[in-house]
Design a protein around this ligand. Structure first.
Ligand SMILES: CC(C)(COP(=O)(O)OP(=O)(O)OC[C@H]1O[C@@H](n2cnc3c(N)ncnc32)[C@H](O)[C@@H]1OP(=O)(O)O)[C@@H](O)C(=O)NCCC(=O)NCCS
Length: 387
């Protein structure tokens, strides 16, 4: 057999694993040509219009829409696990104030793993309980950090508020208007899962070694942090600021394309048409801009979209979920560096669902690489090496 040094019909190389089928999953699916996304068979637009984050989370985790009782119990479970332990708050207080919230989230989830009552259990029931604890606590971690770093008091959760509204409440110290709470809830639905993306795959690789769910979620958070994945939404707003006004947008885009610089919030490995989530978020970005009498970001964004579709739409490059989410979050009063943690706050449901599903028929992920180094190389004793 020998060393694997070249691709063969049996051993094809696909950079970035593009097109490689790594699992069978019944959780969500993307039709990249038509721009469609379904969770457990239900179109994302239908869930955005009719569901709530909690109901959608239940659907993703447990395959079916919950009955009224199942939903109430699920919501109660999440509320019960929201509170952050004192030692975690102490840890947050000890971190450098300039730590990026994604780093803080990664450290916090890892820290919580030490104290999980199901730490040494790996049954499906224990894994579900661990996942629910993490899902329930992530909003509190993000909100607490946002306040601690500014020297403000940490706001305890309000058990009467749902997941999305409670996060905004803990972040701001007061409730946001109901329409904004609803928009934020839909944002969480839109981000809750997305097939075999990089962070989900990272979580699954970790879980496939029969490591624990805390470790899997830590891997996923670290993976989501990068600008080619979850980190793009934060950068979109910086780009809009850099452009400054709508009349400069076209020139900016053309210059970026001419110099092979990527426009953040555009392009996708699977979608080669308009991302259906971006369509929904664009509507919210517009309505919130109108409500606030501040159309600047929206108009620049809209112009960028027009020029991008004209110039590179034929290559299948369209706005993705990150392009308009930043404008929405801006009007919800959310600081920019919390955009990616908010992505994590929603996507932790998808990560958990995929890990739980994969573990039911687990096989360790272990791909191979084509070896491109030397063979039969001479070992030169250190005293005889030059240079
Ligand atoms: C998402 C992303 C990583 C997908 O990457 P990919 O499938 O590996 O595609 P590539 O990066 O190889 O891009 C393929 C072609 O489209 C171009 N392209 C892709 N995204 C682009 C963007 N945002 N702006 C400008 N050109 C882009 C590439 O330059 C490349 O062009 P070429 O074939 O002429 O060299 C990529 O589109 C990207 O970096 N987007 C910006 C970051 C972002 O918004 N990420 C969030 C994803 S939800």
């Amino acid at each position: 057999m020998g060393f694997l040094t070249t691709t063969t019909t049996e051993h094809k190389y696909s950079p970035g694993l593009e097109g490689v089928i790594a699992a069978i999953s019944g959780i969500s699916a993307i039709d990249g040509e038509e721009g469609k996304l379904i969770y457990r068979g239900i179109p994302i637009e239908v869930l955005a219009k009719n569901s709530t984050f909690e109901e959608t989370a239940y659907l993703l985790l447990f395959s079916d829409l919950p009955t009224q009782d199942e939903l109430e119990n699920f919501k109660m479970d999440l509320v019960e696990h929201r509170e952050l332990p004192e030692n975690l708050l102490d840890l947050l207080n000890s971190l450098p104030r300039d730590s990026h919230p994604m780093e803080v989230l990664r450290t916090s989830v890892s820290f919580l793993g030490h104290f999980c009552p199901d730490k040494d259990k790996d049954s499906r029931g224990a894994n579900i309980r661990k996942a629910l604890r993490i899902i329930a606590k992530i909003p509190g971690i993000i909100a607490a950090w946002a306040r601690i770093r500014e020297g403000k008091n940490v706001i305890p959760h309000n058990p009467d508020l749902p997941h999305a509204a409670n996060f905004l409440y803990m972040l701001h110290g007061e409730r946001r208007p109901e329409d904004e709470e609803k928009i934020f809830d839909v944002c969480l639905i839109l981000h809750a899962d997305h097939g075999m993306n990089a962070s989900t795959f990272a979580a699954m690789v970790t879980a496939s070694t029969l490591s624990d769910i805390y470790s899997a979620i830590v891997s996923a958070i670290g993976t989501l942090k990068g600008p080619l994945h979850g980190g793009a939404n934060e950068r979109v707003l910086y780009m809009l600021d850099e452009i400054g006004s709508v009349d400069r947008a076209e020139e900016y885009v053309l210059d970026a394309l001419a110099h092979h610089r990527k426009i953040m919030g555009f392009g996708h490995r699977v979608y080669k048409s308009y991302d259906p989530r971006a369509r929904i978020l664009k509507e919210y970005a517009k309505s919130l801009s109108e409500k606030n009498n501040d159309m600047r970001y929206f108009e620049i964004g809209d112009k960028i979209e027009e020029v991008m579709i004209r110039e590179v739409g034929k290559k299948g490059i369209f706005p993705n979920v990150d392009f308009y989410s930043g404008i929405v979050y801006h009007f919800l009063g959310i600081p920019r560096d919390l955009f990616t943690p908010i992505f994590a706050m929603a996507r932790v449901v998808g990560w958990s669902a995929h890990v739980l599903e994969y573990l039911q028929a687990n096989r360790i992920f272990r791909p191979r690489a084509i070896y491109s180094g030397p063979i039969d190389r001479e070992y030169i004793p250190i005293e005889k090496r030059s240079g």
